[in-house]
Design a protein around this ligand. Structure first.
Ligand SMILES: [Ca+2]
Length: 161
């Protein structure tokens, strides 16, 4: 029993030290469509947290109330929505379906959840639609190349006719 009592302060200190990178699940509900990426909205891992991504670093440094508090709340609004934390050319608000930062804690998730991308990860931007003419052009090019290849094979091997 005494060993357990002696170990408790050590365990508490370890939790405090480790806790800096731990995801705080309550913050998921403090950003629009936060449940789409879960802890992965701000951290590398969607499940356990770990190191913060660019969006998580932005919030940790500039958008917590009280500032820098381990138990602070996310300050979601136009200032955070207008930034592009991951530098992919799409604002945080656009990635989370709230481009103007008008969503408030407790509101329904805005927009179509299928349009949500991670504001802390560059390669999760919505794919740019490929124009139909590009697809048609690529198809014609591939057909022409295939026809040319077949013609060349027949020319080189007359027995295949
Ligand atoms: Ca972005």
């Amino acid at each position: 029993m005494i060993r357990i009592l002696l170990a408790l302060p050590l365990l508490f200190a370890l939790l405090l030290l480790h806790g800096d990178a731990e995801a705080r699940a309550f913050r998921v509900a403090q950003i629009p469509n936060g449940s789409e990426d879960g802890c992965g909205g701000c951290h590398i891992s969607q499940i356990s947290g770990g190191p913060r991504n660019a969006f998580g670093i932005e919030i940790q440094q500039n958008f917590l109330s009280p500032p820098g508090s381990a138990f602070g709340s996310v300050v979601w609004g136009s200032a955070l929505a207008n930034l592009d934390s991951d530098g992919d050319g799409v604002s945080n608000g656009s990635e989370l379906n709230d481009p103007n930062g008008t969503w408030q804690f407790g509101d329904a998730a805005p927009g179509d959840p299928n349009d949500v991308t991670n504001p802390g990860v560059v390669d999760t931007s919505p794919p740019t639609p490929v124009p139909a003419l590009s697809i048609l052009g690529l198809g014609l090019l591939m057909s022409a190349l295939l026809g040319l290849a077949l013609w060349k094979i027949r020319e080189l091997n007359p027995a295949s006719r």
